[in-house]
Design a protein around this ligand. Structure first.
Ligand SMILES: Nc1nc2c(ncn2[C@@H]2O[C@H](COP(=O)(O)OP(=O)(O)O)[C@@H](O)[C@H]2O)c(=O)[nH]1
Ligand SMILES: [Mg+2]
Length: 471
């Protein structure tokens, strides 16, 4: 263990020195983390961002883009991380019958390189320089796991059981809990009899719109499915004699932190310079006040993962870059008419402000925006019983394998974000008055002109915030 650690540090040390030299002297590297819970829109975001950085005709707000003379894909620096399958995802979105890309559930990476012609005095004396953008896609579920690092099994159990009690989806797991004596000697069937309903509960809670469903790897197990490190559950306080189920679960919880959370931190999270967190805020609003309240809590958890002091304390040995900018972006803004965008942004801003306060966060610059990585709708205004309604129209599945056009009114977001956030905090179970809908649009058919990427909403502003200063 210790020898491993030292070897690890030496390796990283070497790497860091090299990185440092490369960056200072030759070619700066920006590592952009893209995260969000599953289905938040990471894959679509990266695909459209890359397409729009390669062909910059739709990126007027990316200030530095004027200086970019060329952009191209290159082999990524990390040989053991999956490559983000950009070509396949773009082909899905731009096919004659476009469809959303397949969902992916692990880390992937892509390197985009720019030739940038410096302007002004520097431009006159130096040639173009190269800037690398390494985009790293990782599940938000893993990010939330970082919060487990400073929790003991007992602390985590208290919180996890309270969550299960507060959510309807927790009932079956709590019932199973009543049937097992955790102080009795551990047997694997007993362990499974708890871990299985617990995992099912986490998945159901996630599907119902709850954001905080740790441990995240229970939702996205990959090749660890069925292993002991994913076969445990929270237990109420009680005696834990040697060899008991409680003792074994505690041990597995510690193994989860050591074998799952820590490597993620070291190999991916610690190297990020800039971060975008994609949030399906419209989806949470649609799911109801409890989901919004959960999102509010989760955003504070996410920010505290980036808190410099905290990470320093826990992982001082592992080396951590300072994240300089974090953007919280409400995705899928093409589901609502642009007259509502400012309101959606205001809700995101309120959430971020609260998260900063709650997490007592001072560090990276943070910002909030509403974006659509891929615009799938057009806007339309219709008369409806003497009232004008601002709608969006797009392709939806017709239920027979084909598609048809449908217009949709999502409901009106309140001018004052408090009208969403306050009832959520006060434990309301449904919105008063307006209900908010979400529709599943398919990507629109598109014909791209030369030098233009796919249509989007404010993707250029997002890019400007994240990397504009480095171009
Ligand atoms: N209308 C619209 N839908 C989107 C957009 N981005 C994502 N989606 C929807 O969200 C789903 C999940 O997106 P994906 O990028 O796969 O999410 P990931 O799990 O975070 O990688 C897609 O299949 C689309 O249905 C967008 O910009 N506009
Ligand atoms: Mg994905």
């Amino acid at each position: 263990m210790i020898i491993n650690d030292i070897a690890d540090r030496i390796l990283r040390g070497v790497e860091t020195v090299q990185d440092g030299v490369n960056e200072a002297l030759f070619e700066p590297v920006i590592r952009l983390g893209v995260t969000g819970l599953s289905r938040a829109g990471k894959t679509v975001f990266i695909t459209s961002l890359v397409a729009n950085l390669l062909d910059r005709g739709r990126m007027p707000q990316l200030g530095g883009s004027a200086a970019i003379t060329a952009a191209y894909l290159q082999p990524q620096p990390d040989d053991t991380v999956a490559r983000f399958d950009y070509e396949a995802h773009l082909a899905a979105l731009t096919a004659p019958d476009p469809h959303w890309p397949q969902s992916t559930r692990a880390v992937s990476e892509l390197r985009l390189s720019f030739k940038v012609q410096p302007t002004g005095l520097l431009g006159a004396i130096s040639g173009p320089r190269t800037v690398h953008l390494d985009i790293v896609d990782y599940p938000g579920e893993w990010l939330l796991d970082l919060g487990l690092m400073d929790k003991s099994y007992a602390d985590w159990s208290v919180q996890a059981l309270a969550d299960a009690q507060a959510r309807d989806e927790g009932a079956a797991f709590l019932e199973a809990l009543g049937c097992v004596d955790a102080g009795a000697p551990h047997s694997e069937p007993d362990a499974k009899a708890l871990a299985e309903p617990f995992t099912a509960y986490l998945n159901a809670a996630r599907a119902a719109g709850y954001s905080d469903c740790t441990p995240g790897r229970f939702l996205l197990p990959g090749e660890m499915a069925g292993s002991p490190v994913l076969t445990f559950a929270p237990l109420p306080e009680g005696n834990a004699p040697r060899g008991s189920l409680r003792r074994e679960f505690e041990r597995r919880f510690e193994a989860y932190k050591r074998e799952v959370v820590r490597p993620f931190f070291r190999d991916h999270f610690a190297k990020i310079d800039r971060q975008i967190v994609l949030v399906d805020a419209l989806g949470a609003i649609h799911a109801g006040p409890k989901a919004v309240e959960d999102l509010r809590r989760t955003m504070a958890d996410i920010l505290s993962a980036f808190r410099p002091g905290r990470v320093g304390r826990l992982f001082a040995l592992l080396g951590q870059k300072k994240v300089e900018r974090i953007l919280f972006a409400a995705t899928k803004a093409d589901h609502i008419h642009h007259s509502q965008h400012a309101r959606l942004t205001a809700i995101m801003e309120a959430l971020v402000r609260e998260a900063r306060d709650r997490a007592d966060y001072s560090g990276a610059a943070t910002s909030a925006m509403s974006i659509a990585a891929l615009r799938a709708t057009v806007e339309e205004t219709r008369d409806h019983g003497g009232q004008t309604l601002d709608l969006v129209r797009g392709r939806v599945a017709d239920g027979q394998g084909g598609s048809k056009q449908a217009a949709f009114y999502a409901g009106e977001l309140p001018q004052d974000p408090a009208h969403i956030l306050a009832p959520a905090r006060q434990g309301a179970t449904a919105w008063l008055g307006d209900e908010y809908g979400v529709m599943q649009f398919l990507p629109a058919q598109m014909t791209l002109r030369p030098h233009e990427g796919p249509p989007h909403i404010r993707l250029d502003r997002a890019a400007e915030f994240l990397i504009g200063d480095k171009l």
